[in-house]
Ligand binder design. Structure first.
Ligand SMILES: Cc1ncc(COP(=O)(O)O)c(C=O)c1O
Length: 378
């Protein structure tokens, strides 16, 4: 098996700076052509050592907690657009200090904190439930009728309360602009009466603008038409699209056991601890030089994680060559949502973080050890 990234020891998350720049260029093109602000959703991608590059292209970041808002101020160099389902009173002053915009999920939270927002000069928004989403996985659909996210239209029949500048919705997850068009139709039907008094509309995340099949010209026209019709500023806050296909998790085969129908290559990484979405969503990550489906003439191996969780494995992948202890396994597309969700479950060693710079230089930006595990627990 080929040893990809030979200078970088396994296990490691590796950001390819060039790929990140490609994504940022696509996002910035849409932003400029459509005349909208595109900001980074930190919940999806927060590798802050790469923010000097991100800042060249995007207009800031959106935060979903006090810590993310602080990260935005410290490393994006701008105040955050903040939305959280709820704000704790002991944190709110600091959130307001770190935010240019704050969106509330309920009228009660708006009433509770509106004076503090005024004091800090924060522009206030309300999150609404547009009532339509193409997202079929319930776990990721914020627009179901019983969703706790977003104020329903019935609560805003009398218009926007005094002191509210903006409206926020989030209804997409790795979708294209045609999904956005359908959401906008429903949003306008339910909330169109509020738009004459709004200064801005934040259309959330889930816009997979950096996917190869995404049609930038379609979204540009859609957003231009919307802005012209309602005379509002428009903000998009994708996370996944920024880190989309910008890097990998490099792993290594530490053992091969022959206990079941197929041999299992046990790796120096864990699906549970280092790629939790693969078990939670669930999805099968692509593995370089391996097929995900049964393929004649190939060797089948389950990939096993190094935690003790029985379910910490992936069903067989099909490799052209037999695997051996020491072989490199490259798990593709591991920059967005993966890194922000890792844990030190079982105390298994957390992969280090590397950047492959555009000039070919590899830089280790973080290594983890015992102290990282210990200090989270007491
Ligand atoms: C309110 C809000 N904004 C933005 C995002 C980012 O979405 P994505 O990373 O899919 O673009 C999310 C994701 O859950 C979200 O909940």
């Amino acid at each position: 098996m080929k040893n990809y990234y030979p200078e970088i020891p396994s296990p490691a998350f590796i950001l390819e700076e060039k790929m990140l720049r490609n994504n940022l260029e696509k996002l910035s093109y849409v932003s400029k052509e459509a005349g909208v602000s595109i900001i980074l959703a930190l919940k999806g991608y927060a590798l802050w050592k790469s923010f000097p590059l991100v800042r060249q292209y995007l207009a800031g970041a959106t935060a979903s907690s006090l810590s993310e808002a602080k990260l935005c101020v410290d490393y994006m160099g701008s105040k955050a657009h903040t939305f959280a389902p709820v704000y704790a009173p002991e944190e709110f002053d600091e959130i307001a200090r770190c935010s240019s915009h704050i969106t509330f999920n309920s009228l009660s939270q708006f009433e509770k904190y509106k004076d503090i927002c005024k004091q800090y000069g924060v522009s206030v928004g309300l999150r609404v439930n547009p009532g339509y989403s193409d997202v079929t996985t319930e776990m990721y659909n914020p627009c179901s009728p019983n969703s706790r996210l977003g104020i329903p239209a019935s609560e805003l029949a009398d218009g926007l309360p005094n002191g509210v500048d903006g409206i926020h919705f989030h209804a997409l997850c790795e979708n294209d602009s045609y999904s956005l068009e359908r959401v906008l139709k429903s949003f306008e039907e339910k909330f169109g009466h509020l738009l004459s008094s709004a200064k801005w509309v934040n259309m959330g995340g889930g816009h997979l603008i950096t996917h190869k099949d995404y049609k930038p010209e379609h979204v540009i026209q859609l957003l231009k038409d919307f802005k012209k019709k309602y005379d509002v500023a428009v903000i998009l806050e994708p996370g996944g699209a920024v880190g989309w296909q910008t890097g990998v998790l490099k792993a290594r085969v530490l053992d091969i056991v022959n206990y079941g129908e197929n041999p299992t290559a046990i790796l120096d990484v864990s699906f549970a601890a280092h790629m939790p979405d693969t078990l939670e969503m669930p999805y099968r990550p692509n593995v370089r030089d391996a097929f995900s489906e049964k393929t004649e003439g190939c060797y089948a191996y389950r990939l096993g994680g190094n935690s003790c969780l029985a379910g910490d494995f992936m069903m067989p992948y099909y490799f052209k060559e037999q695997l051996h202890v020491g072989d490199t396994i490259i798990l593709e597309d591991m920059m967005h949502y993966t890194m922000v969700k890792t844990t030190t479950f079982n105390g298994v060693t957390h992969p280090s973080i590397w950047i492959e710079h555009e000039d070919g230089r590899d830089e280790c930006i973080r290594e983890f050890g015992y102290a990282d595990f210990r200090d989270r627990l007491s």
